[in-house]
Design a protein around this ligand. Sequence first.
Ligand SMILES: Cc1cc2nc3c(=O)[nH]c(=O)nc-3n(C[C@H](O)[C@H](O)[C@H](O)COP(=O)(O)OP(=O)(O)OC[C@H]3O[C@@H](n4cnc5c(N)ncnc54)[C@H](O)[C@@H]3O)c2cc1C
Length: 603
Amino acid sequence: MGALSYRIDMKDIRFVLFDQFDIDADLKAITKYAEFDIDTYNSMLDEAEKMATQVLAPINGPGDRQGCSLDKAGNVTTPDGFKEAWAALAEGGWLAVNAEPELGGLGLPASINMAIVEMFSGAATAFQMYPGLTVAAARVVAKFGPEGKNTEVATKMFAGQWAGTMCLTEANAGSSVGDNRCKATPVDGQPGTYHLVGEKIFISGGDNDFTENIIHLVLARTPGAPNGTKGLSLFLVPKYNFDGSLNIGERNGAFVVGIEHKMGINGSATCTLALGADKPCNGYLLGKEFDGMALMFHMMNEARIGVGVQGVSLSASAYQYALAYAKDRVQGTSIANFKDADAPRVTINQHPDVRRMLMTIKCQTEAMRSFMIRLGHQLDVAEHTDDKKKAEDYMAEVELLVPVLKSHCSDLSFELAATALQVLGGFGYIGEYPVEQVVRDAKITSVYEGTNGIQAMDLLGRKLRMKGGALFMTWMQNSQKLCGKAAESGFEKEAEAINKSIQSVGGAAMHLGGLGMQGRLDGAMLQAVPFQRMLGTVQLAIESLHQAMVAKKLIDGGRDDEHLRGKLLNLKFYVANILPQAVALGKAVQSGDDSCLDPALFN
Ligand SMILES: Cc1cc2nc3c(=O)[nH]c(=O)nc-3n(C[C@H](O)[C@H](O)[C@H](O)COP(=O)(O)OP(=O)(O)OC[C@H]3O[C@@H](n4cnc5c(N)ncnc54)[C@H](O)[C@@H]3O)c2cc1C
């Protein structure tokens, strides 16, 4: 067996962007994107593929083995090659693909950016954490940074000269962000300037050795602030102080005092950051006092979508590795010849069980990619169209589905990477092949950016109830409308099964809402994760259906190839083998069982 190299399914990426969502035609009608055309998009995708395969993929395995280190002065050294990869990324303008032109960006649509980030993150997940967080922080800085520390600072970040982080977590405040204790005391005579004291843990990219400066966005509590999330404010805390012309000055009092040794994403420095311990730590208020959570939500929303994209990218790379291995690995005879010891040996992609595993990964990965680009495209349109009704509809769907994208794609990435490992057998488990790293790298995605349990509570407790349940009702109606169209275009059986599953989601939501109305919140929240999983499973069925409809139309129009026929097979497989999980989950959600809440347990 040769080594497995990182491959990207460019055909599928282009299919989703240009055939399924026809983003080119749709965005032409929007002034902001009118000047772009399909050639521009395609050349960006081609260049991104080169960057991912030639620059990023080679540092992934070595970066995992080497990890990050910390010196006594609190400086992090990232793995060999990260500095050069960052320089290439910055020089190529890859951090600013989707940034506004006035901030040095190209102003390309989010959907194209997502496709690019999928390629980069699949190539080197740990590395991609640094630009991912920098870009998300830069957008908040540009919008809410104080005078002189907004546009200019964000421009530096989008240019890759400065990096960014997101600092919420403290030892006693993980999921419970409102328990943050970090203190921010106003500095006399300097309005908007504070001295911060406290400790943040698990800060991704808390330090690096490739940017001149780092902008930490830190949640902290001002004197007399109310308890809980309402009392939190957000501060811009630089690694190095800087003057009005952005010249770097003295070291600020934010130092890394430890880095974690982790299961995966070892090239990403996960840092403990001490603020104001040895010297004053300057922080500058973003927005207004107590706006902290609202502003952080801007970043978290982008970061949650980003984790969904990570889930897609990890599943996609795991699939490509498993497929390449299965086409090459020879083992056993075909089932037809199993009694004949002299029969020719076959590659394992001939074995039904291996084909089942490959299809399980393929159909869900492609459906997730469709889900991701759907939300990216809806965001592009919603944020820039003049059509208010369309903007509202699209935004409603994005609002509802962001926790599902984050949680379902991240959960699946770990499961599908584990299935890919299984395809490789024992060779999947050893470090010589890249799949075991994908499994380890994937696990964190269900934990950070709000654990998937917290996402489920957000979905059930907040998103479902938004606008009196209108977001959810619109989702149901739109999804059922698609099933109606599918039934008329030759997919009666599949459309009927999916339609039923949509109704089951509706029934489960009603049931849980009923428990809530009776004050049985424990019983409702007990089913938040199964409900989220159910909705995610149905959403991916909808994506498969949509893709099959598009593929069939193209085939009927004379464009026939294996990729398009694969979409028809994806739908059949998904409906027969994956969708029944949603039906089973629906039964569990509505079972009324709350045995695990019995006080006799877990004491
Ligand atoms: C590698 C890595 C990188 C990270 N990067 C960052 C970063 O850049 N910035 C940052 O601020 N943080 C970061 N984090 C922190 C991450 O976001 C937290 O670990 C996560 O939010 C969970 O918090 P916790 O670890 O304290 O777990 P806990 O909050 O203690 O949760 C433990 C378990 O209890 C469940 N739970 C907790 N509360 C509830 C509840 N009310 N209802 C139901 N279930 C609940 C959780 O779902 C989870 O299963 C990172 C963490 C890691 C490991």
